[in-house]
Every structure is written in C-alpha cells, then in structure tokens.
Write a protein of this length. Structure first.
Length: 396
C-alpha cells in the first residue's frame, strides 16, 4: 500500500447547536432514536412506539414541519413536542433550472456550509442526485468536486433532508385523505453528488433507511443507487445494511491509470475492488452493478481499454452494465472529452460482448450540474478544523 494514498481524514460528523434554544431535530433519527427521544421528553414507554409511528408518518409521508398539523395527537402533546423538538431540513439558497429541465439547488446546512443537489427529470422517472459530504476527500483528477477539500460529513438529517427539500420544490407531498397518486416526480435517488458515501457510512445508511421506510418516503431499495470510488471494506456492509443498488466509479482498466484518475486505487487496487464487487450482488440480492466510466480523450478510451474492461468483468463473473460518461469539462480541467466517434466505438465493443453500454446524456451542463461538476462556490477556500468547529457551533 502506498502510504501517500489519500485515506479519509479524521473528520467527525460535528454535533451542532441549533438556533432553536437547543431543541433536538427529529429529522434523521432512526425509529429507535426517535422513540428514545420521546421517552426522554416524558412520553410513557407503553405509548412511545405508537407515538413514534404517528410522528414519523407526519414528517416523512405527509411532509409536515409543524407539530400543530399533527391532528391525531392531543393538543397538549403537540405543544410538548414543540417545546422539545424541531423538524428542520437544509435551506435552499439558490435554485437554477437548466434548459433541459434539470434543477440544481445550493443548500445551506448547519454551520453555514453549502452542498449541491441536482434533480434530473426524465420520461417516466425523476432522479435526485444527493450529496453525502461537504467537499470530498478523494481528489479524483477529472472531477471538479474533488478539487474542493473535504470540510465535513453530512448528518443523516442533512442527507435525507435533501430528498425532503426536493419534494417541497416539486410540490410532491401527498395530502392526507386524498387518493394516492402513484406517479412519482422524484422516483429515484443516486448518491452521486458531493463526497464519498462510504466514508460517511452510518449517516448514509440511516438516511436511506428513512427514504426506504414503508410508512415514510417509500422508495424501494432498487430505486436507490449508491456510487463509490471503491472503499472496499465498506462494500460488503452496504449490501448487508442498506441493500441498495451499487455503482462503481471505475474509469480505468489498469492500476497505473486508475492510480492517477481515482487515487483511492493506491489503497485498494482493481483486483481487490473487483473481488468485493463480485460478492455484492449475492449478498444484497441486487441487480447488475453499474460501472461508471468517464471518457477521457487519449487517457482511457482506446479499444484495448474496452477489451480489458470486458475481461475484468467476465473473469470475476460480475453482472454488470457499463455507463459511459462523456467528460464534462470545467474551467482548468486537465482533460478533454473523447470524441463522439471514439465513445461510440468503445460502446460498441462492450455491447458486442453482451453488456449494456449506454452513453449517458449530459444533463444540466449549462448550470454546471453535470456529473463531476458540483462544487459550492463558498467552500472553495480550505478552512481549518478550528474555523469549521467555530462556525458549526460546537456544543461546549
């Protein structure tokens, strides 16, 4: 192992004070955590499970933020809840809409930090690309987000809060008592925004459990895709504890090239990664693993690369599809996008070998919302740990 390979920094999910006089945010708590919080507030233990279920539905099924709206709870109990708790999600700072309908949100979280979230409407589905960290620890050389240093992990509330924020904007919360509308504007989640989700595993898991909950947001695990650069030890945990679909930022077929493009490869190389991927579908009863492959002119786009990619997948017997991503250029980027002819030739070799090889249509490029382009302007400067803690309002 190369000792210089970037390893996740010791960045904790910093506990923050709220502006509400120390009231606890119920968003992001697991059912068990919410139950314990209600008991601590004075809810009788025998009632706590039922009360958790009722509050859970109001927050995640109906999208309510005011305890006064929770009409199946006694007025006095609602007032007691309001004294102890808040229901808060990230605040939308800016909202941009692309010519193709893609929406990019800049969201402010505790401590004044900001993350970007992208909603991509397509025929028959709508995908929300959410972030798991402020910045990123990975420094992948082709990725604009990777040029922004890691500031901190997002909490479970800040992760699932992005989904709730998008549902607000899409006006997609159902109304109690009205017929259920089966068409979902927000039908899919991809953890492909800012950050490496598997370096913030517990918070990502808890947030996705809430998104999948049958009495809440109600998204199937097959509607959620987690994208990782290859944090090998956490891949098996993802299968066991989340069970969602998996996408891998592969991008190269030799260790020499992948070490440059995706430096985490210096810690867990292609062979180790492929071994973990081969076990994943069996463990999670999942569908095909998506191999994400950004097309960089003269770097990883040769016929030889295409044949090597097929060989890797076949040798490990991995059920796979390969998403080819035309490189989305950004100011100062060190690479160029492969030509359309080269991308098509690469795709054809993969297709002829029996694998799906869709070429991802670039969306939201005019508002810098395309894959690898996310980077919050206010976080460009590196901040010291002390600054971050001061801004986050660490509990004394």
């Amino acid at each position: 192992m190369d000792p210089k390979a970037p390893i996740t920094q010791d960045v904790m999910t910093i506990p923050r004070k709220t502006d509400e006089g120390g009231k606890r945010n119920l968003v992001g708590l697991t059912r068990d955590q919410m139950r314990e919080a209600l008991i601590e507030m004075g809810t009788p233990e025998k009632q706590a499970k039922m009360r958790t279920g009722q509050i859970w539905q109001w927050i995640y099924q109906w999208g309510k933020r005011d305890f006064a709206d929770m009409t199946n709870l006694a007025k006095a109990y609602r007032a007691q809840l309001a004294e102890h708790f808040v229901i808060e999600i990230p605040e939308v700072v800016t909202r941009q809409v692309s010519e193709d309908g893609t929406r990019k949100y800049l969201c402010r979280i505790a401590g004044g930090h900001e993350v970007e979230v992208v909603y991509i409407p397509e025929e028959g589905r709508g995908t929300l690309c959410i972030s798991s960290q402020v910045g990123c620890t990975l420094t992948c050389s082709f990725c604009h987000t990777g040029t922004q240093k890691l500031v901190r992990n997002l909490t479970a509330a800040e992760i699932v809060g992005q989904v709730m924020m998008a549902r607000d904007d899409l006006d997609e919360w159902p109304v109690p008592g009205e017929p259920k509308d089966e068409t979902r504007l927000l039908s899919n989640i991809v953890l492909m925004g800012m950050g490496e989700p598997l370096y913030n595993f517990d918070n990502v898991r808890d947030a996705m459990k809430i998104a999948m909950d049958a009495e809440g947001i109600q998204l199937s695990r097959r509607r959620i895709t987690l994208s990782t650069s290859g944090v090998v030890p956490e891949i098996a945990r993802t299968a066991e504890e989340i069970g969602c679909l998996l996408a891998i930022s592969f991008h190269a077929t030799t260790d020499e090239t992948r070490d440059v493009l995706v430096p985490i490869n210096k810690r867990w190389n292609i062979e180790e990664l492929l071994g973990a991927l081969a076990a994943y579908p069996k463990a999670s009863n999942s569908e095909r693993i998506t191999f994400e492959y950004v097309m960089l002119d003269g770097v990883n786009d040769s016929d030889e690369d295409a044949h090597r990619l097929i060989e890797h997948i076949k040798r490990h017997n991995i059920p796979a599809k390969i998403n080819l991503i035309p490189f989305n250029e950004w100011p100062g980027a060190p690479y160029k996008r492969s030509s359309n002819n080269r991308i098509r030739a690469f795709a054809n070799i993969i297709y002829q070998a029996g694998y799906a090889s869709p070429i991802r249509k670039t969306r939201g490029e005019d508002i810098m919302a395309a894959c690898g382009q996310l980077k919050s302007a206010t976080e460009r400067a590196r901040k010291s740990r002390k600054q971050i803690e001061a801004e986050a309002g660490l509990r004394g």
